[in-house]
Structure formats: structure tokens, C-alpha cells
Design a protein around this ligand. Structure first.
Ligand code: NIG
Ligand code: FE
Length: 402
């Protein structure tokens, strides 16, 4: 057989979305043949291959697809974490020169190659946690040079490393300090200079805006989205995290690919999102890491007919979490997910949001062989054992990474 063939045997339980059946399926006793990085056959008593991997009757799932991360930063912000646990709020810290602008200072000063090495290390950590594909945002540069630098690093890491990265431009992450008293001038600069240059660079696929009190209001956000659309950048939005300023309604009017956070979304906004087919991305790690208690209303969103993904929101300030296993655990404990829905929302659904679901996000014939072999038997064991390292092996594009 082909020299790149791999056969997975003794799969105890294969849990994946099945696009023919249109739901999650869980099957026992299957084998998988992978050739040249693709899943060629799933079944029983399959032909032999050059390399055999024995799953030892364990659980097998697709690799995680994390559709919302901010991994391009230089220094961590553990000092701010210490201030928060001592009683300061995230908003107070940001108002006193910390927060996103703190990360902007260190990224702007950083050496390109050193920053790139840090991003690579973070990508290796994502792989260890079973994340084989992720969306990654710029947004700690907030000037032309540093935003282009952040996106260029994502592009290089994507082509040089095995993990798949889908880059998003997030120049509207915060108003940089040099525009402190004139946020509209920054929005102008974004629209006239930075967005056209980002489009010309040709790396970013999405244009994400932090539409929240103290960041970008509805009018500024709309202007940034419309300019992005003119340049072929699809809109995504961070909104309703701390307060409802109408961001979910704007997401519906702009037909955003997704609206993310949504802790404060209201009923009429939910109906507008359903009508406009805006998908929801819920980020319970942020609520948890900020020590807050109001999680997004998953059941209401789902019962209204919205399609829902979960993601880490990994960033140095509000959510220093890279593990999708932990996000799944939070989704079950605090948002009312069941385990099958949580796996769906962290594999196939995020692929659909990123429009890569033809190749990624499920274990099906013809798809990329992005696979987690767990040291566990049942799906519910994933969140139950979240504090242990329960991943036995990660396979990315058919390659056994560990
Ligand atoms: O929403 N998710 C995007 N931005 C974060 C803040 C990122 C940071 O603090 O660096 C947020 O909380
Ligand atoms: Fe975010």
C-alpha cells in the first residue's frame, strides 16, 4: 500500500459529526485508513497499511477547531491578573493604562523573530491540547506597521508549522493611546489607511470589531465593517460582553459571520440574529477567568434556532486559557451543554463558521485526518477529567504528533 498510509485500529468509541446524517454519531469497533493526510476509509476489517496505530479501545474525536483566539502578543499580563484577584476590575485596570493597550506597547517594541517564536510556542501548546485548527486575530498592534507585522507572523507560522491558522484582522480591538481623546480619528485612520493596507497584504480573511462600551460604539463599528466589506474582509464582532449597546442588532444588520461573547444579549436581538443567520460564538473561559458569574444564555440561543460554537478567546488579559477541554467543562457546568453538543460546538460548528467544514471538523471520508485519541473511554470522561492530561495522541493532517 501507499507509503504514507496509516491505519487506526481498536477504536473504542468514535464520536464525530456525520454530515450525511446531520448529527453527532458515536460508533464502536471502527477502523480508519489515512493516506496522504486524508481520511480515506472508515469501517471494519479494512486493508492493511504501512503504519498501524492501536487506539487500545479508547475514545476518538476530531481535533478541536478553536474559532476565536488572540495569540499574537509579546508579554503576558500576570501582573494584571494579580491586581484583579486583589480586587481591581478589568475595566479599572484598562482605564489605568493596563488592558489591551498594555499588550500594544510590548508588541510594538518587540523583535519580529522573537515575537514569531513566542507565537510558535503557543501553537505547539494548542496542539498539545488537541486544537488542530484555529482562527487567530491581530489586534495588539493598532498601528499600520504592527498590525501588518502580526498578520505576517500568523501567515508565516501557518505555512511553516503543521497547525492550520485562519487569520483575522482586529485593528478595532481598542483605541490606541495616541488616539485617546479622538477615537473617531482612529476609526478614520483604520478605514482610510490600515484596512486598505491589510487587504493589499492579503492575509486576513475577517475584520473583527470590539463593539462594547469604552471600545467602539455602534456607529464606529458599522463604519469599520462597511469599509472592511468594501475591501473583501468579512465581519465578525465581539459584543454584549459587559453591556448591551446594540452590538448583536448591528451584527444582524451587517450579516456578521458570527457574534461572539453575548453574555448580555436580549430576546429581540436573538431573533434578529436568527433571521440574519448570524452564528453565536460563546466564550465561557472569559467569564470564568474574569471571575464573573453571568454566562451566555446558551439554552435560549439554541432553542431560538441559533447555531452555536464555543471557543477559548485565548488572550493575555481576560482569558489565559488554551484548553478546549476546559472550555467544554465550563460549557457543561455553567451553560447547560450536554457533551455531544459541546463536542459538536468545538469541532464541526466552528469549522462551519470559518467555512472550512468541507475539509475540517469531523472524522469522515475525504476529510483531513485531524484526530484526537483520548486516554479515556466515554465522551463524558473528557470534562470529568479536565484537570488531568487525558489526550493520548494528536494526529494532524495524518501525522502522529505525539
Ligand atoms: O474581550 N476578546 C477580546 N478581547 C478581550 C480582551 C483582550 C485583552 O485584555 O487583551 C476581551 O476581554
Ligand atoms: Fe476575543
Amino acid at each position: 500500500m501507499n507509503s504514507n498510509s496509516l491505519k487506526l485500529i481498536n477504536i473504542g468509541n468514535l464520536l464525530t459529526y456525520n454530515s450525511k446524517k446531520n448529527f453527532m454519531v458515536s460508533e464502536r469497533g471502527l477502523e480508519i485508513i489515512v493516506i496522504d493526510g486524508k481520511i480515506i476509509e472508515i469501517g471494519k476489517n479494512l486493508n492493511n497499511a504501512d503504519q498501524i496505530y492501536d487506539c487500545e479501545n479508547n475514545l476518538v474525536t476530531p481535533g478541536f477547531v478553536d474559532c476565536h483566539t488572540h495569540p499574537v502578543f509579546f508579554n503576558d499580563r500576570s501582573n494584571e491578573f494579580e491586581m484583579r484577584v486583589a480586587g481591581n476590575t478589568y475595566e479599572q485596570i484598562a482605564a489605568n493604562g493596563g488592558g489591551i493597550n498594555n499588550s500594544v506597547n510590548s508588541l510594538r517594541d518587540s523583535d519580529y523573530n522573537e515575537l514569531k517564536q513566542r507565537v510558535i510556542r503557543r501553537m505547539n501548546d494548542f496542539l498539545k491540547f488537541g486544537t488542530t485548527t484555529l482562527e487567530a486575530k491581530s489586534g495588539y498592534g493598532l498601528d499600520l506597521e504592527s498590525e501588518l507585522k502580526s498578520l505576517a507572523i500568523l501567515d508565516e507560522v501557518n505555512s511553516e508549522q503543521i497547525i492550520d491558522i485562519i487569520p483575522t484582522f482586529m485593528g478595532a480591538h481598542a483605541v490606541p493611546k495616541e488616539y485617546n481623546d479622538k477615537p473617531d480619528d482612529y476609526v478614520d485612520h483604520l478605514c482610510k489607511v490600515i484596512i486598505p493596507a491589510v487587504a493589499k497584504q492579503g492575509i486576513a480573511k475577517y475584520n473583527d470589531v470590539f463593539c462594547e462600551k469604552g471600545y467602539f460604539d455602534i456607529h464606529q463599528s458599522e463604519k469599520i465593517f462597511l469599509t472592511g466589506l468594501d475591501y473583501g474582509l468579512l465581519p465578525r464582532i465581539h459584543t454584549d460582553e459587559f453591556e448591551n449597546i446594540g452590538g448583536a442588532e448591528l451584527a444582524s444588520a451587517m450579516k456578521c459571520v458570527s457574534a461572539d461573547h453575548l453574555m448580555c444579549v436580549n430576546d429581540s436581538d436573538i431573533m434578529k440574529m436568527v433571521d440574519a443567520n448570524v452564528k453565536a460564538v460563546l466564550l465561557p473561559g472569559t467569564t470564568f477567568f474574569l471571575g464573573q458569574h453571568k454566562y451566555a444564555p446558551y439554552k435560549k440561543l439554541k432553542d431560538s434556532g441559533l447555531e452555536v460554537a464555543i471557543a477559548t478567546d485565548y488572550n493575555p488579559g481576560s482569558c489565559n486559557i488554551q484548553s478546549m477541554t476546559f472550555i467544554i467543562t465550563l460549557s457543561l457546568i455553567y451553560m447547560g451543554f450536554d457533551i455531544n453538543d459541546a463536542i459538536f460546538s468545538s469541532t464541526y460548528m466552528p469549522s462551519k463558521i470559518l467555512n472550512i467544514h468541507e475539509t475540517t471538523g469531523s472524522i469522515e471520508e475525504g476529510k483531513n485526518a485531524d484526530i484526537i485519541v483520548w486516554d479515556l473511554k466515554k465522551p463524558i470522561d473528557i470534562p470529568y477529567n479536565f484537570s488531568k492530561n487525558s489526550i493520548k495522541t494528536v494526529i494532524k493532517s495524518g501525522k502522529i504528533l505525539f
